[in-house]
Design a binder for this molecule. Structure first.
Ligand code: BES
Ligand code: MG
Ligand code: ZN
Length: 504
């Protein structure tokens, strides 16, 4: 799908299957706006207002067939509700719903008229939000559908504006938002891919392909290099599968200042059966999406490289399949991780932290300014926060707040949970430095505490670190607006917004 912009002076000259006009729902404004439109289509608007009682309430819409003086055959009036109450998310939802309405008409392109700006919002981000909602609403994982159900999708979204001054600004937003949305779809596609289509090696190949296309570097370690380097967690978790593990390193240097290295770590379990601590059959299929963190890291680095952001990003992706094969990791096993720390495996289904531990310990070598790991780590985060908000934990107040702010703008929201020392007791082991299973309660926190034990060097100095648990937000059962059921790509817009606003 492609997004476009165009200047118009007369709405009648816009040539599109459907023109969508956003209308504010507060009464005085509504009357004023509708009078303008009535000038164009007096009879139609009169009739419709009488029959439908349309008042531009939030999410209400009405379809009008135009007359011969218009190049476009249809206009959709789309209600936004009270102007004072709108935020960027209101516009994402409104443009998404407008497009979903358009799908019912079986048409292929839609043109939005740029609405005038509500107080407190800026034009750039408003434009971005309209594009995001529209673009992302049209995603469906249909690579493997051979039937013709694919056809009812929009191919072209246009934003039309009628002030020539806006041209450059709106065009630059368009170019960047197309890049961003492409990245979100890459993350969704990779996550949705079933495990027989996306094993660790294939994931590495996607990374190579992206790096080659967009001018950054991807290095891939095979199982021998992983073993030799001492990534005990990745070796152990991958050992029950016929598909060997991979370790993927992405490098994008957009800033000459080496001190600005930001490391992103993504959990890349291409399938999580639970291993010998086998999961129940119910919902096990969802675990093809247990590499969503890895997908976010790859998509974010790709996006940053294409946008040429002035940051240095290093993506680390430990990738393997968690299976109960003959040589699988067993409960009770003790693992030696990169850097030398050991862990006791009390439950093979708590595998994510075992592979992240190696990557986090390895991150020291990169002298990072900040390390962010993102992972579908615990079912407990779903109990705590459901599917709308991800958990964020870390050791740096300022960066947590910055990511929270990015979350409020993008609506990929995060909520902080504490990492108090008292929780350490819950992952204490008698036989190793840490245990991968916490005692009862605070499952999100004990998982993060496990990770935290790998972020300090020999002198006990920790780097700045943030952990984001996306188990609830990456995988969506019931889709709505611009996220349909399946993988959401949650995290890409969040991280890009964080990077764009804080590293200029
Ligand atoms: N991949 C799962 C977490 C998960 C659950 C992701 C639901 C998405 C949806 C993770 O590897 C896991 O199995 N965690 C266990 C940990 C437990 C054994 C300590 C869990 O949450 O049950
Ligand atoms: Mg698991
Ligand atoms: Zn898992």
């Amino acid at each position: 799908m492609q997004i476009f912009t165009s200047y118009f002076s007369d709405i009648k000259d816009i040539n599109s299957d459907l023109i969508t006009i956003f209308l504010y729902g507060n009464n005085r404004l509504f009357n004023k706006q509708i009078l303008e439109i009535k000038k164009l289509l007096p009879e139609e608007i009169d009739r419709i207002l009488k029959l439908e009682k349309f008042r531009a309430e939030s999410e209400s819409s009405i379809l009008i067939y135009t007359n011969k003086s218009f190049k476009s055959p249809r206009i959709q009036l789309f209600g936004l509700g009270a102007k004072e109450k709108l935020n960027y998310e209101s516009f994402r939802k409104a443009s998404a719903l407008s497009c979903l309405n358009a799908n019912k008409l079986k048409i292929h392109n839609i043109t939005f008229l740029l609405p005038d700006l509500p107080d407190g919002l800026n034009l750039k981000y408003l434009t971005q939000s309209i594009f995001e909602g529209a673009f992302l609403s049209q995603y469906k994982f249909d690579k493997f559908l051979t039937s013709t159900q694919k056809t009812n999708r929009l191919k072209k979204i246009t934003l039309a504006y009628n002030s020539k001054k806006l041209k450059d600004e709106i065009n630059s937003v368009k170019v960047k938002t197309q890049i961003l949305c492409d990245a979100v779809l890459l993350a969704r596609d990779l996550s949705n891919m079933p495990a027989n289509q996306l094993n660790p090696d294939l994931l590495a190949k996607y990374a190579k392909k992206s790096a080659k296309s967009f001018n950054y570097k991807a290095e891939v370690w095979d199982e021998n290099k992983i073993k030799k380097t001492g990534f005990g967690g990745l070796v152990a978790v991958g050992s029950g599968s016929n598909h060997p593990p991979r370790f993927i390193i992405l490098k994008y240097y957009g800033n000459k200042n080496k001190k600005m290295n930001i490391v992103l770590v993504g959990k890349g379990i291409t399938f999580d059966s639970g291993g010998l601590s086998l999961k129940s059959a119910e919902n096990m299929a969802e675990m093809k999406m247990d590499m969503s963190g890895a997908a976010v890291v790859l998509a974010t680095v790709q996006c940053a490289a294409r946008m040429k952001l002035p940051v240095n990003l290093i993506g680390l992706i430990p990738a393997c399949e968690n299976m109960p094969g003959g040589s699988a990791l067993k409960p009770g096993d003790i693992i030696k991780h990169y850097g030398g720390k050991t862990s006791e495996v009390a439950n093979t289904d708590a595998e994510g932290r075992l592979i992240l531990a190696d990557a986090l310990a390895y991150a020291h070598k990169l002298k990072p300014e900040l390390v962010i790991d993102i992972a579908t780590l615990t079912g407990a985060v779903i109990s705590a926060l459901g599917h709308h908000v991800a958990a964020i934990l870390g050791n740096d107040r300022t960066d947590i707040d910055k990511i929270k702010n990015a979350g409020d703008v993008t609506y990929e929201r995060v909520w902080e949970l504490p990492l108090y020392d008292e929780y350490k007791k819950q992952i204490k082991s008698e036989v190793a430095d840490v245990r991968n299973l916490g005692t009862r309660g605070a499952g999100v926190i004990t998982a993060a505490m496990f990770l935290k034990s790998f972020i300090s060097d020999k002198n006990k100095k920790e780097y700045k670190w943030i952990h984001i648990d996306i188990a609830g937000t990456a995988i969506i059962d019931e889709g709505a607006y611009y996220i349909q059921s399946g993988a959401s790509g949650f995290g890409v817009r969040l991280l890009i917004e964080f990077l764009r606003t804080n590293f200029k």
